[in-house]
Design a protein. Structure first.
Length: 251
């Protein structure tokens, strides 16, 4: 088999209308959860916002956010990929396991370090630019259903956090960037966040490619989220290692 003869379109065996009908089926089957999925990212966004201002609750909010996001990745893997998307794409089962793995990676990277208070800070102040990017990504994920409706979907066809992978991945990347912006960030944590961001980024690349084949305008939002995350994590890694080199150079 000559793989060079294949294009992205060969891996998208459905039309845009079929894809939108699938979204409507998922929302209909979700029942009450589709309504909760509209409000969940706003509650998480509020927790992230108070995490920014109330230091005494930072550990609790970080752990709760990580647990909720991990549950959302498992939910997307089972509901979206294993149950519904498998009707359209033979690779859905493999993608579901990737989402389960992401839930584990997220917990492993965030929770132990959030509960530990022994790590020394790598910088003296949080990065305001990174926090702005983080809040922007999480706000975009919270507004994902509204954006889909504005871009031409019916309300029943809109994609929601915790049920659909795009909004869940974007919110997760925003959370990764938020943690990377903290003044207590260390090199180990930033590397962990960067590694934990690989699966969300890879999925968004795949999703943007599929949506490009289907000529869906949401691909522009996804490309912006990918670019913002890569820039933010690169800036964070650079800042951490710059601080370490400066500390090592001091007599």
């Amino acid at each position: 088999m000559d793989w060079l003869t294949y294009s992205i379109a060969d891996f998208v065996p459905y039309t845009a209308e079929t894809y939108r009908r699938l979204a409507a089926q998922i929302n209909e089957a979700a029942g009450l959860w589709r309504t909760l999925a509209l409000f969940a990212p706003w509650l998480l966004l509020a927790a992230a916002w108070q995490h920014k201002w109330q230091r005494r609750f930072s550990t609790l909010s970080t752990v709760l956010l990580a647990l909720t996001l991990a549950a959302s990745w498992v939910s997307c893997g089972y509901i979206y990929f294993a149950t519904f998307y498998s009707q359209l794409n033979w690779a859905a089962g493999y993608l579901a396991w990737g989402f389960y793995a992401q839930a584990f990676l997220l917990l492993a990277a965030v929770v132990p370090r959030a509960l530990s208070s022994t790590a020394a800070p790598a910088s003296n102040r949080p990065n305001i630019a990174l926090r702005t990017i983080a809040m922007g990504l999480m706000l975009a994920a919270a507004c994902w259903p509204l954006a889909g409706w504005i871009l031409g979907r019916t309300w029943q066809q809109t994609e929601r956090f915790g049920l659909f992978p795009d909004a869940t991945a974007v919110f997760t990347l925003g959370f990764m960037v938020l943690l990377a912006s903290r003044n207590t960030v260390t090199a180990g944590l930033v590397w962990g966040l960067a590694i934990t961001s690989v699966i969300p980024l890879l999925w968004l690349v795949v999703s943007s490619a599929f949506l490009s084949v289907l000529m869906q305008p949401e691909r522009i939002l996804i490309c912006l989220a990918i670019a913002a995350t890569i820039i933010a994590l690169a800036v964070s890694l650079t800042a951490v290692f710059s601080a370490r080199f400066q500390a090592a150079a001091k007599p």
